[in-house]
Design a protein. Structure first.
Length: 318
């Protein structure tokens, strides 16, 4: 595993990090999730990413991860891993369980620490921009989280380039630099290329890509149509059937042909494609099994693309 510097900070993150968005909630098999986390650490994955509402049920991924930590990461092992969590999407009913107010973010962080039985997280994110709350208030909450010792670094997620630039300047004035931006980025979702990556490079902020496999579309799962055990059919999934057109399935098949010529699976090539940009610090993968985890990590064996490969991929994605 190679570790990349996160922006201009002193923190190094693995090229591949493990996200607990899916497969670690109360509806999932705990032992399987525990085995995935242990296998990830054994392979050099030191960064584990959560959010307050990951589950289902919301909060249960943090609770389960806390148990995994207690069972497997006692003593100084906590100092060998980077744990992140977030607040910004709906967590509880009422006026104080959503968006970006100081009250919500700091209350949520306290709840997250209790669920995971931690004194601090390494990174605390504002999970999304709140158009109804002054950006200064949201950033001051992140600043307070760091100054109070409940987080070591501050991050943002799902902010557009202009919002990112403004948030970064506020945090800089407060004395708590923005460490990282978590952005949705894959071959099928290219918005970070429309200014965001440029802002992050200019400001010295790291980028970690989530949904790099487009909720499983960029895997071999859809090469023969839409399987019934896919996220598109899952009641707990975020991928909808209407998002999978015949045109997109055709692109998946064409991309897979390039992956095969590289001796990679489509998932491996898709991860390598994101990591080709040195502005990307790490990619966040999910995993439903240890075998799937290992398959994704093997993408690191071939991160180089020829000019012809890149041109062909762009032609397919147009």
């Amino acid at each position: 595993m190679k570790y990349n510097r996160c922006g201009k900070s002193g923190l190094l993150l693995p090229q591949i990090s493990l996200g607990l968005w899916h497969n670690f909630g109360s509806v999932d098999n705990f032992e399987n999730g525990e085995n995935i986390v242990k296998a990830a650490f054994e392979k050099g994955i030191t960064h584990f990413d959560l959010a307050n509402n990951y589950g289902p049920i919301p909060g249960s991924a943090e609770t389960n991860f806390g148990t995994i930590l207690k069972n497997n990461f006692q003593g100084n092992l906590r100092d060998e891993i980077v744990i992140s969590t977030k607040a910004g999407y709906t967590m509880w009913d009422g006026p104080y369980g959503d968006w970006g107010s100081r009250k919500y973010l700091l209350s949520s962080l306290d709840q997250s620490l209790k669920r995971m039985n931690l004194d601090y997280v390494d990174i605390f994110y504002s999970h999304r921009f709140d158009p109804e709350t002054p950006l200064e208030e949201t950033m001051m909450a992140l600043d307070y989280a760091v100054r109070s010792g409940k987080a070591l670094y501050a991050g943002i997620s799902n902010y557009n380039p202009e919002q990112t630039a403004e948030a970064t300047e506020i945090l800089k004035r407060l004395g708590t630099p923005c460490l990282i931006h978590q952005a949705k980025y894959s071959m099928f979702v290219r918005q970070p290329e429309d200014g965001l990556l440029d802002v992050l490079e200019e400001k010295g902020i790291g980028c970690i890509a989530f949904s790099p496999l487009a909720q499983g579309l960029l895997t071999d799962k859809y090469l023969k149509g839409i399987p019934e055990n896919s996220r598109a059919f899952s009641p707990n999934g975020h991928l909808k059937l209407e998002e999978i057109s015949e045109e997109k399935l055709g692109k998946i098949i064409a991309l897979n042909e390039i992956a095969e010529s590289r001796n990679q699976s489509l998932a491996q090539m898709s991860l390598a494609w994101i990591l080709k940009d040195n502005r990307v610090t790490s990619v966040l993968i999910g995993a439903s099994s240890v075998d799937q985890l290992h398959n994704n990590i093997d993408s690191l064996q071939n991160l180089d693309f020829s000019k012809d490969e890149l041109v062909t991929i762009e032609c397919i994605l147009e």
